[in-house]
Ligand binder design. Structure first.
Ligand SMILES: Cc1ncc(C[n+]2csc(CCOP(=O)(O)OP(=O)(O)O)c2C)c(N)n1
Length: 524
C-alpha cells in the first residue's frame, strides 16, 4: 500500500466518512485511495469555497470532521473565506492539501507556492508530512487536532511522493480531548453575581446555543431574573417551539447598545464580549455600557453544559425553563413580495426539525422573529462575515442530515460567490430549498455607505452596489446545474411555491423577486 492508502485507512478508522473534494494532479494518489475505500464518500465541489463551506455545514450538524481535498496553495487560497467562517464557527475540519513531490520543489514550476503559509492563515493546526511512512501518523494527528475543544481547522499538507511511495502501516486513531472543565470558583463567582440583585444577562455563543445548554440557561434565568442573549451570528442555534427563547444581539451597533443599555453585569458563556462588527467614525467599538461588569463563565472550548448546570444547581434553580409556544395558524401573506411576506410563509410552513442556513443579509431581519414560534429547528448563520457561505453550508448540512429539510435563505449577491454549490446539491440529491432574495443589489453596502459617512455617492459609487443590467437569471442558472427552479413575484406565488417545496424531497430553488420596504439588516 502507498502513503495515500494508509492515510485513508487511518482517517476512516478515526471516524471520518466523507470527503468534499476539488483535487488536481498532485492529489491523484489520494483521489485513487478515496476511490478504492468503500467507507469514504466523495462529494465533488466545483469551487474550493464550496468545499470548505460544505465541510463547515457538515461539521455544524454532525459534530465531526469531514475531510477536504484541495489542490496546492492556490486551491487552499480559493477555500479561505469559508475556512475563516468555519474557524469562527468552532467546527472540526481536516483539510488535506497536496503539494509537489519534495524533490520537485527545488524547481520554479507554475503552481509552486508556500502552501504552509497559505494554510496557517486560517488553520488552527498545520503540518507537512515528513515521509510516506509518516503520512498516516500525520493524518491521525490531524484528526486529533481537529477535535480539540469543540472543533478546530486542521490542515495536513501531503507532498505527492509521500502519497505515492510505499508505506508499511496505517496509524492508530488518536483519542480526542474532552472540552476543558470549569473551576468551582468560577461557578461560585457567577452564582454569586446572579444573586446580587443587579441587572444581569447571560451572553451565549458557540455550543451554549444547543438545546440542553439553553434549558439550563432558562432555569438560571427563571431563578435569577437574568436575561438570555446570544451572539449576532451563531454557528448553530436550536430554537423554535418547545425550546428556550433567546434575544439575538442586533447587527447594528446602535441597536445593540440600546439592547444592552440597562445591564450592570454580563456573563459570557462560549462567547466573547460584544463588539461592533465594524468601526464607524465617532462611535464606540465596545457595546456594553461603561459600568457593566463582564464575567466569563465558560470560554468557547470549555464544557458549557457542565458550567450552566452547575450554576443552576448553585442557585437552586429547579423550576423548568420558560419555553417558546407554537403559534396558532395565521392567514397566509398576500400582495407585494416583501422580506416580511417571505418570513411569514417561512414561519407557517417550516417543517419540524428543519435546518435554516441564513445568508439573507438585509432580508434576514424579518426572517428571525417570524420563525420564533415555528416548530423546533436549527438556525445557522454567517459566523465570520465572509459572504458566499450560505449555499455551501446548506449543502454540507443536508449531507450530514439527509432526513431533515434544509432551507437556504440566500441573498443574491452572496449567492454568486459560491453558486457552484447548486450543482453539488443536484448531484447528491440533497433535500434543500434555496430561496434567492433577489433584490439585484448589494443593499447592505448602500446602508453602510451612509453610516460610515463616506461622502455623497455618485452614480459611479452606486454602480458598485448594483447587480442589475444584466439581471441574473436564477431560474436558468439553477436549471443549468440540475436544480428545478421557479420564480415568484407576489406573496401568493411565493407561498404556493414554498409550500410545494416543503411537501417534496429534493433540491429546489425559488427566485424571490423581493421588494424591500422594511428597513433592514443582518450582515455586512
Ligand atoms: C468575502 C467577502 N467579500 C465581500 C464582502 C463585503 N460585503 C458584505 S455584504 C456584501 C454584499 C451583500 O449583498 P447581498 O448578498 O446581495 O445582500 P443584500 O445586502 O443585498 O441584502 C458585500 C460585497 C464580504 N463581507 N465578504
Amino acid at each position: 500500500m502507498n502513503g495515500a492508502e494508509r492515510l485513508l485507512e487511518t482517517l476512516v478508522d478515526s471516524g471520518v466518512e466523507l470527503c468534499f473534494a476539488n483535487p488536481g494532479t498532485s492529489e491523484l494518489p489520494l483521489v485513487s485511495a478515496i476511490g478504492n475505500h468503500e467507507k469514504m464518500r466523495a462529494v465533488l465541489c466545483l469551487f474550493e469555497g464550496v468545499v470548505s463551506g460544505a465541510a463547515d455545514g457538515y461539521a455544524r450538524m454532525s459534530d465531526k470532521p469531514a475531510m477536504t481535498l484541495l489542490h496546492l496553495g492556490s486551491g487552499f487560497a480559493n477555500s479561505m473565506a469559508n475556512q475563516h467562517n468555519a474557524k469562527r464557527a468552532h467546527v472540526p475540519i481536516i483539510n488535506i492539501v497536496g503539494d509537489h513531490a519534495t524533490y520537485h520543489l527545488q524547481y520554479d514550476t507554475p503552481l509552486k507556492s508556500d502552501v504552509s503559509a497559505h494554510a496557517r492563515l486560517s488553520s488552527d493546526w498545520t503540518q507537512v508530512s515528513e515521509s510516506a511512512e509518516d503520512l498516516a501518523a500525520s493524518g491521525a494527528r490531524a484528526f486529533q487536532a481537529s477535535m480539540k475543544g469543540w472543533g478546530k481547522i486542521a490542515t495536513l499538507i501531503a507532498p505527492a511522493n509521500h502519497a505515492w511511495e510505499e508505506s508499511t502501516r496505517s496509524a492508530p486513531a488518536l483519542t480526542d480531548s474532552e472540552p476543558a472543565s470549569i473551576s468551582a470558583s468560577s461557578i461560585a463567582d457567577v452564582a454569586g453575581a446572579l444573586s446580587n440583585g443587579k441587572t444581569t444577562a447571560l451572553f451565549l455563543g458557540g455550543h451554549a446555543l444547543r438545546e440542553e445548554c439553553l434549558f439550563a440557561a432558562g432555569r438560571i434565568s427563571r431563578a435569577s431574573g437574568a436575561r438570555i442573549l446570544c451572539e449576532t451570528f451563531p454557528a448553530r442555534l436550536q430554537r423554535g417551539a418547545g425550546r428556550v427563547p433567546v434575544e439575538r444581539l442586533p447587527y447594528f451597533a446602535e441597536q445593540a447598545i440600546e439592547l444592552l443599555s440597562d445591564l450592570e453585569q454580563l456573563i459570557l458563556v462560549g462567547a466573547s464580549s460584544p463588539v461592533s462588527f465594524f468601526a464607524y467614525p465617532g462611535k464606540k467599538s465596545l457595546l456594553t455600557p461603561d459600568n457593566c461588569k463582564v464575567m466569563t463563565l465558560a470560554g468557547v472550548d470549555q464544557d458549557m453544559l457542565f458550567a450552566l448546570e452547575e450554576v443552576a444547581m448553585a442557585l437552586g434553580a429547579c423550576e423548568q425553563a420558560a419555553i417558546t409556544p407554537l403559534v396558532a395558524e395565521q392567514a397566509s401573506p398576500k400582495g407585494v413580495l416583501t422580506p416580511l411576506a417571505i418570513a411569514q410563509s417561512l414561519g407557517q410552513l417550516m417543517p419540524e426539525n428543519a435546518i435554516v442556513s441564513d445568508e439573507a443579509v438585509t432580508c434576514g431581519l424579518a426572517m428571525f422573529p417570524a420563525t420564533q414560534n415555528a416548530p423546533p429547528h436549527d438556525w445557522l448563520t454567517l459566523t465570520g462575515g465572509a459572504i458566499g457561505q450560505g449555499l455551501p453550508l446548506s449543502l454540507g448540512a443536508a449531507i450530514a442530515c439527509p432526513d431533515r429539510k434544509v432551507i437556504a435563505l440566500q441573498a443574491d449577491g452572496s449567492a454568486m460567490y459560491t453558486v457552484q454549490a447548486l450543482w453539488s446539491m443536484a448531484r447528491e440529491n440533497t433535500d434543500i430549498t434555496v430561496v434567492i432574495m433577489n433584490n439585484r443589489s448589494y443593499a447592505i453596502l448602500n446602508i453602510e455607505l451612509a453610516r460610515v459617512g463616506a461622502g455623497q455617492p455618485t452614480a459611479k459609487t452606486l454602480s458598485m452596489f448594483d447587480l442589475s443590467g444584466p439581471d441574473i437569471n436564477w431560474v436558468e442558472m439553477a436549471h443549468s446545474m440540475g436544480v428545478p427552479a421557479t420564480r415568484s413575484s407576489t406573496a401568493e406565488e411565493f407561498h404556493q411555491q414554498f409550500s410545494a417545496s416543503m411537501a417534496k424531497k429534493g433540491p429546489r430553488l425559488i427566485d424571490a423577486l423581493v421588494v424591500q420596504r422594511e428597513s433592514v439588516a443582518m450582515g455586512g
